[in-house]
Write a protein that binds this ligand. Structure first.
Ligand code: IVH
Length: 670
């Protein structure tokens, strides 16, 4: 064989292994079994040994190309590792502050701890009596992988801390990252520094981790009980004293204008830093305020990430395809000539919806500017009209669903009195193939049933092989058949079986979210679950036409109730829920039964002082009480704020319900 041919084969194999590294590391959905992976690696190494002219810097022996063990021990975080919501401009920041004031029901002076957001991998370190006893990755936020030995190879991470004021039991959290210079040396193996850090950290063998110079910067705590420390910035200073590296650019600022100015400056200066930074994190500095504000399901109310503007590049639209989402939404996607944007090769960019295409007059063959920022999906920003071909024609959005052929519509929104920008397939059930596949992908996703052995690609593959048509089919898979499929070995089949088995035990709110009812996101699913308490009750609500009663739940409105009705009018949806409820072990909502307010129901009327309804509600619930939104016999206390609704007070009096002022109510708690 000629040298050039051998080189070609070698390069092809390297490309192949890099592709699988990417599936494994950045998408967490391996496409081949461990043994196939090892085989591929062996072939590369033997080619290298045989032909000395092959460039060994590409070799997986020098890189982190091993698929690490899928069997890291998992560990539940004592305090969840949440993510941050994003702000892109000053409006988003103003909104963030406004929400805080609303929640507190008061304008307060806010001090922010401002910290560069390093684009790496977060890790949590548990110290007991000054000794590093466990280190975990973020995982899905609730459960992480135990990677203690790998983390111990990082010299920035102290293994023993002898300060008297170092807490006896604490989780220290921070970012593991690789510098730009070190990344340049490894560039061939990873798409970006973040992937490199992630790959290195998740090596099965800590010796492999050691080969890549990783760094650690600490920025917060997880589990930790103290009321001595008052401010985030004080905690950062303590971290430094205890021997952790903290970011030297951390700052304390007060107003949104200060934040915006610092952001502008830092956005330009960041290129001189040794590491990649994708924004600034702003945290309310007062830890007491942080505690009051608490969390939504995904992120703290007291912090936000202010992203830097996106990287962009020009490319040409080769095709426009229409994707069908789980709620029937048709999303146009531009297939573009692959282009490198900020270190990532992009070949698809979203065009959002039909109105967006019309507004920007986007056409096939157009040269367009594509932007991407962090983990946000790349999107088309504008058309370069000078490059448009004279013959080009307007893009006609299809009137029928490209998957099932059903009619598509733009719904009329009663609140905004406008038609939606999004066009939808009218077939919202499992009869539309694309919708069905997307519904199943949603069902298995992290925040839903969390079946991590069954990735999105596997769902598509199983669909094509007719192994699944409905969510319940996941619990009746033919594993013998699967183990004979290409790419499936004993290990991967047993992993799959295990994660499906594990998923059977699920909380009611996750289940209600998983079945994928439009307008029932995680938060609403929680509200529903807290109200109906068990799956049995939920099914009774549905089958006895009692869904209107759910309007009583604070936070659930007509949009949600109508959507629930529509969902269950489709008999196959009802059957699916029934079937799943018999296959799964859906746990009832257990109330926190130790609180002072157990068995007490409350209702509010009028404006509370220094506190929003949302905060008041969570205070009651933390103390085992419950909040309702209508006066009836079951109500025990009506709490009156400023300007109460007279009718409600009257009704309460008639029913002999106790009436409390805000102060009297707070006294009940203390
Ligand atoms: S605080 C609940 N502080 O950003 C608080 N995160 O989207 C969340 N990050 O997963 C973490 N620098 O990987 C925090 N100074 C900083 C950070 C930071 C980088 C990352 C971290 C987290 C992600 C949140």
């Amino acid at each position: 064989m000629k040298e050039s041919e051998i080189k070609k084969i070698f390069k092809k194999k390297i490309k192949e292994i890099n592709k699988h590294n990417k599936f494994y590391f950045s998408e967490s959905s391996p496409q081949i079994s461990d043994s196939e992976y090892d085989q591929l690696k062996k072939e590369i190494i033997s080619l290298e040994k045989k032909y000395s002219f092959l460039k060994s810097s590409l070799s997986p022996t020098h890189s982190l190309g091993y698929a690490p063990s899928k069997n890291f021990i998992k560990s539940k975080h004592r305090v969840k590792m949440l993510s941050l919501s994003n702000a892109f401009d000053i409006k988003d920041l103003e909104n963030f502050e406004k929400k805080i004031f609303n929640y507190l029901n008061k304008k307060v002076e806010i001090e922010y701890s401002v910290e560069p957001k390093i684009d790496g991998i977060s890790a949590s370190l548990t110290y007991k009596n000054g000794e590093l006893v466990k280190g975990t990755s973020r995982g899905d936020g609730t459960t992480g992988e135990v990677i203690t030995e790998n983390l111990k190879t990082i010299s920035d991470i102290p293994q023993n801390i002898n300060f008297k004021d170092f807490p006896k039991d604490i989780d220290i959290r921070g970012e593991v990252f690789i510098t730009k210079d070190d990344f340049d040396k490894l560039k061939n193996n990873f798409a970006n520094p973040r992937n490199a850090a992630s790959g290195s950290l998740r090596q099965k063998n800590p010796e492999e981790t050691k080969k890549i110079p990783l760094n650690f910067i600490a920025y917060t705590y997880g589990y930790f009980e103290s009321d001595k420390i008052k401010k985030q910035s004080d905690f950062l200073s303590l971290l430094k004293k205890w021997g952790f590296k903290i970011n030297q650019h951390n700052k304390v600022l007060k107003t949104i204008i200060d934040l915006e100015n610092f952001h502008k400056k830092f956005e330009n200066d960041r290129f001189d830093l040794e590491y990649d930074v994708d924004g600034l994190v702003y945290k309310i500095n007062s830890l007491e305020l942080q505690k009051r504000l608490g969390f939504t399901s995904n992120s703290p109310r007291w912090a936000i990430a202010h992203k830097f503007s996106a990287d962009s590049a020009y490319s040409q639209i080769k095709d426009i395809s229409i994707q069908v989402g789980r709620t029937g939404a048709l999303t146009p996607v531009a297939r573009i000539k692959p282009v490198n944007i900020g270190g990532v090769v992009v070949s698809n960019a979203t065009l959002h919806n039909e109105d967006e295409i019309i507004r920007k007059d986007i056409r096939l063959g157009d040269t367009v500017k594509v932007e991407r920022a962090g983990d946000v999906i790349p999107h088309v920003v504008l058309v370069d009209l000078e490059k448009r071909e004279i013959k080009s024609k307007k893009f006609i959005f299809p009137n029928n669903c490209p998957s099932c052929g059903s009619e598509t519509i733009k719904e009329f929104n009663k609140t905004t009195k406008k038609h939606d920008a999004v066009r939808r397939c009218t077939n919202e059930g499992y009869d539309c193939e694309k919708i069905a596949i997307e519904k199943i992908k949603h069902f298995i996703s992290k925040d839903a049933m969390n079946i991590d052995g069954l990735g999105k690609k596997v769902v598509e593959n199983f669909w094509d092989l007719n192994l699944i048509r409905f969510p319940q089919d996941i619990y009746n898979l033919d594993y013998d058949k699967i183990s004979n499929l290409e790419g499936w070995g004993d290990l991967s089949v047993s992993n799959l079986k295990y994660s499906i088995e594990q998923s059977k035990k699920v909380s009611l709110d996750k289940f209600l979210y998983a079945i994928g009812i439009r307008h029932i996101g995680i938060e609403n699913a929680k509200l529903l679950a807290e109200h109906v308490k068990s799956i049995k009750n939920f099914i009774i609500f549905v089958s006895k036409n009692k869904l209107n009663e759910l309007l009583n739940i604070d936070g659930i409105g007509e949009t949600q109730v109508n959507s629930l009705k529509k969902f269950f009018e489709n008999k196959s949806n009802y059957k699916i829920v029934e079937k799943l409820s018999s296959l799964l072990n859906i746990s009832d909502i257990k109330l926190n039964k130790d609180g002072k307010l157990l068995n007490n129901t409350f209702m509010f009327t009028g404006k509370l002082s220094n506190m929003s309804r949302a905060e008041a509600k969570s205070l009651i619930e933390e103390n085992s009480g419950s909040v309702v939104s209508s006066v009836n016999k079951k109500l025990k206390y009506l709490i009156i704020g400023e300007k109460p609704t007279n009718r409600k007070v009257q009704e309460a009096r008639e029913l002999g319900i106790k009436i409390l002022s805000q102060k009297e109510w707070l006294n009940l708690l203390n």
